[in-house]
Design a protein around this ligand. Structure first.
Ligand code: URA
Length: 212
């Protein structure tokens, strides 16, 4: 936990090292994407730490034993398009059976509010735990809009995972959705007037897809 309520700061040295390399403005698209993939895998390990388990019987070559497997319906990773997709591959390589939902939101450049253009979720959401992913929790507008919309599907639980956030983003998401824990690798200093995190890493979508 960090000093902020309900925020899990993933301060593992491997995660911090990779994040620092991603911040460098001269990191290539290739290395940015690879590092993001590696970070996503490592962060998933922490984010799924409290997944419920059940006992099953397994026959080893030597005897029958009771051991643990993950319980319940498959998790749902929900990507906020488009930057959220950059995190998905890494998460799916650790939880290959997870289902995937997508929410398309764009940020109105004048008002910085989120406008929805796409929403597709797996079936039986009310029986599933949801992990929403977006690399940057900045103004919080997209995260709040995504969680507002997801709550209409009544999932069992919702967590929010990002690489980077700032005090403004945390405050906004927690004011709107105090029940949603935030998992992040860093809490940066502030948001600038254009809605970018400082010092940050720039536009995550552009850096993942090489569109800058
Ligand atoms: N989105 C980004 O990609 N970067 C920021 O700094 C803020 C929002």
């Amino acid at each position: 936990m960090s000093d902020h309520n309900n925020v899990h700061l993933i301060d593992h040295p491997l995660v911090q090292h990779k994040l620092s390399l991603m911040r460098r403005k001269d990191a290539s698209t290739n290395s940015f994407r690879r590092l993001l993939n590696e970070m996503a895998m490592l962060m998933t390990y922490e984010v799924t730490r409290d997944m419920p388990m059940q006992d099953i019987e397994v026959e080893t070559p030597l005897e029958i034993t009771t051991c643990k497997v993950i319980d319940g319906k498959k998790l749902v990773f929900v990507s906020i398009l488009r930057a959220g997709n950059g995190i998905l591959d890494g998460m799916l390589s650790v939880v290959p059976g997870a289902r995937v939902g997508h929410i398309g939101l764009y940020r109105d450049p004048k008002t910085l509010t989120a406008v929805e253009y796409y929403f597709k979720m797996p079936k039986e959401m009310h029986e599933r735990d949801v992990i929403v992913v977006d690399p940057m929790l900045a103004t919080g507008n997209s995260a709040i809009a995504a969680v507002d919309r997801l709550k209409e599907c009544r999932p069992k639980s919702i967590k929010f995972v990002c690489l980077l956030t700032c005090p403004e983003g945390i405050a906004a998401l927690h004011t709107a959705h105090p029940d949603v824990p935030i998992y992040t690798a860093a809490i940066d200093r502030e948001l600038n007037s254009h809605g970018y995190i400082l010092p940050g890493l720039g536009d995550a979508g552009d850096r993942i897809f090489g569109t800058q």
